[in-house]
Design a protein around this ligand. Structure first.
Ligand SMILES: Nc1nc2c(ncn2[C@@H]2O[C@H](COP(=O)(O)OP(=O)(O)OP(=O)(O)O)[C@@H](O)[C@H]2O)c(=O)[nH]1
Length: 444
């Protein structure tokens, strides 16, 4: 499903054309893939507009490439389409936890009941399965076998009213110590008859007061899941959705996005016929996978750091603008130089002649080693010293040097650097035209 998306990402990252053209080309590829996966056309349009707008209007923080920034935007917007940031919790919030499974005939309820039994057993819960389907011959034995396979308790009756069997089953399994109880129901006919499904849900729910009602949906119905999921979501505040057979259809994107669009949450997805082929659904993991970005988290981390950095740079700019320089300003500045490497905006405002710099190819770098040493020195200062470095006398210098594993001369060198920065900032503050040249307002 959505296999072409990886190729589109690869093409975008390697792209020879301009950023703008690459963005447009990527959006076209993305649209084609999503529509092929049966995602609703209006939704695809909204998504493309949101991506395009952010891509062309938002600036990446310094140190982050435009292309990485763009992929982050795509990732975030796709995560929204497929269910948002928070994956639903799969842990029972109390025991016993009663899950009622409903769904149309053949959607995979019975198989899913067995898979859930296995899933929760593997997490250390005592699981019980109740079969209430007396219509389909074989359902009873199918579930009994599945229960045995995962070491779950089982309750079923060959004939009778579903709600009565459900009620007796839950009571019995509870008394036998089941902590998670899964109630399987008979399927209704076809997705057209949502009302029958919801009625059945109510009838059995009245009898067993479930903690969760899970609607089982076959992925092959694609975006047609929207109406069903919406009404189901409206009908029960404790509803979750399980999408089965994601392995067997190209329409998975349709069903997942359709469900998310209703505000309902997909909790599990079935990815095969075997009893262990059930996964908690995590929209973030899903989107990283379809984008082929195994390392999306490190990309996001890089961007987050850069954003924090940018905020720190703003603080430095404000401090400088106001002529308020202390050791915290220097600390933030050193950190940004260390991270950004190339000439940063902050550095532009500082007296290059006073920096122990290597100048080459328009890049100015303060030696990495020295920066680290200075950062350690600053980390060994007290709050008082950070706010007012002028109080650092010789005995304080000695203490700081010991604390940071450096020498008094190192501390002195840093203090000299601080003084030169402060002096230049003062001069800048006086010189309005200079300030304007650096794109700053005079801070008076
Ligand atoms: N490939 C694949 N097949 C699945 C998955 N889940 C269920 N199936 C298959 O779907 C078919 C129907 O599954 P059942 O569990 O019998 O469906 P049901 O909803 O209980 O059906 P009724 O009892 O008639 O309502 C079976 O052949 C299952 O093996 C899945 O995630 N992937």
């Amino acid at each position: 499903m959505l296999e072409g998306l990886r190729e589109a990402v690869r093409k975008f990252l390697g792209g020879g054309s301009t950023y703008k053209d690459s963005v447009e080309e990527f959006i076209r590829d993305l649209q084609r893939e999503l529509i092929r996966a049966d995602v609703n056309v209006a939704l695809v349009k909204r998504l493309s507009d949101a991506i395009r707008q952010r891509a062309l209007e938002q600036e990446p923080p310094p140190g982050v490439s435009r292309r990485d920034w763009f992929l982050k935007i795509v990732y975030e917007e796709l995560v929204k389409v497929f269910g948002g940031e928070e994956p639903p919790s799969v842990e029972p919030r109390k025991v016993p936890w009663v899950i009622l499974l409903v769904g149309v005939q053949g959607s995979g309820k019975t198989t899913t009941a067995g898979k859930l039994a296995r899933f929760y057993s593997a997490r250390g819960y005592r699981v019980g399965l109740v079969e209430t389907d007396t219509y389909r011959p074989g359902a009873l034995e199918q579930l009994r076998t599945l229960a045995q396979m995962s070491g779950a308790l089982f309750y079923g009756e060959p004939a009778g009213r579903a709600e009565e069997i459900a009620s007796r089953g839950v009571k019995e399994l509870e008394s036998r110590g089941a902590q998670v109880i899964i109630v399987d129901t008979a399927g209704r006919h076809g997705y057209g008859d949502e009302q029958a499904l919801l009625d059945e849900m109510r009838r059995i729910a009245d009898a067993v007061s479930p903690d969760e009602v899970a609607l089982v949906v076959d992925a092959a119905i694609g975006q047609r899941a929207f109406d069903l999921a919406r009404r189901f979501h409206e009908a029960t505040p404790i509803g979750t959705i399980i999408v089965t057979k994601l392995d067997g259809t190209a329409k998975g994107g349709g069903v997942l996005s359709a469900v998310a669009a209703t505000g309902a949450r997909v909790k599990f997805v079935g990815t095969g016929e075997k009893v262990d082929e059930l996964e908690p659904f995590d929209p973030q993991g899903f989107v990283s996978r379809i984008m082929g970005l195994g390392d999306i988290r490190s990309l996001l981390e890089r961007v987050r750091e850069a954003e924090a950095e940018e905020r720190a740079v703003k603080v430095v700019e404000e401090d400088i603008e106001k002529g308020r320089v202390n050791m915290r300003t220097i600390y933030a500045q050193l950190k940004s130089i260390r991270r950004l490497g190339p000439l940063s905006r902050v550095l532009e405002m500082l007296p290059l002649s006073t920096l122990p710099v290597k100048v080459g190819d328009e890049q100015v770098k303060l030696g990495e080693e020295k920066i680290n040493k200075w950062l350690h020195i600053i980390e060994s200062m007290t709050y008082e010293e950070l706010d007012d470095p002028d109080i650092i006398d010789r005995s304080r210098m000695r203490r700081i040097a010991v604390g940071s594993g450096t020498t008094v001369n190192d501390v002195k060198e840093l203090l000299a650097y601080y003084k030169s920065v402060k002096a230049v900032v003062k001069r800048l503050k006086r010189d309005r035209s200079l300030l304007r040249r650096f794109g700053l307002q005079a801070g008076e």
